[in-house]
Write a protein that binds this ligand. Structure first.
Ligand SMILES: N[C@@H](CCC(=O)N[C@@H](CS)C(=O)NCC(=O)O)C(=O)O
Length: 227
């Protein structure tokens, strides 16, 4: 537990998994104090999280009660249920609830987990050749998982699971900005491509994106496997 306060505190720098959580809190309208920590930059950054998270990873959300939450998807699902009036998550009896939980778990299990390896490839094997191969293969795996997910999502709705923006849309919009970046993502996942472009351009999030994770046009030009 941390000290109780009347606000949320979110740990994670721009570009981290804290971004979809912050986007959700923005749409919900809950104030949040943000602490920029970039654990991928090394142990000195990771250590800033050590008292809150044994994994020393971002995001960490400290709830107003002082309770600590980690795991981006769990945080998003919890916020969706905590603020039903924001309509960012299908409630438990909703026909899309099962698919919502399915894809909210797929993103961190199959895709986000690859970045633990990508951030420091020597965690699995060291040497320039081994590390280059790890970067190449994990980028391919991420692309494959986006393609498989895209093929199984419903069609014909404005957002991924319906006509209103939701947690899954925010999550996919941010994670799809990461390597292998948007050019590849658009090719592998044409259905999700339509949706993330709308979320990138959503006027309710314009100020938030600008402040916390401005869209970089180069993400749509490069097919970069190295960062
Ligand atoms: N399963 C975690 C993964 C979090 C994660 O990998 N965060 C990255 C930053 S986006 C991190 O802290 N990387 C540094 C490290 O793993 O040492 C979640 O979904 O929140």
């Amino acid at each position: 537990m941390a000290e109780p306060s009347n606000r949320y505190t979110l740990y994670g720098a721009p570009g981290s998994g804290a971004v979809p959580v912050h986007a959700a809190l923005t749409l919900i309208g809950e104030p949040v104090d943000v602490v920029d920590v970039a654990p991928w930059e090394g142990d000195s950054e990771r250590d800033k999280l050590a008292s809150l998270s044994a994994m020393r990873q971002a995001p960490v959300l400290v709830l107003p009660s002082g309770e600590v939450m980690t795991e981006s998807a769990a945080i998003l699902v919890w916020l969706g249920d905590r603020y039903p009036e924001a309509r960012l998550a299908p409630p438990p009896d909703h026909p899309m609830r099962a698919q919502y939980l399915r894809w909210m778990v797929f993103v961190p299990a199959a895709i986000y987990s690859m970045y633990w390896v990508r951030d420091v490839p020597s965690r699995l094997a060291s040497g320039p050749e081994a590390e280059a191969l790890i970067l190449e293969r994990t980028a391919e795996r991420v692309a494959e998982c986006w393609r498989l997910m895209d093929g199984q999502l419903p069609r014909g709705t404005r957002y991924l699971l319906g006509d209103e923006i939701g947690m899954l849309d925010l999550y996919v919009t941010v994670v799809s900005r990461w390597t292998p970046r948007r050019t590849r993502f658009y090719r592998e996942a044409p259905r999700m491509a339509e949706v993330v472009r709308q979320v990138d351009a959503d006027p309710r999030l314009a100020a938030f994106w600008q402040a916390r994770y401005p869209f970089n046009g180069a993400w749509e030009e490069l097919e970069d496997v190295e960062s």
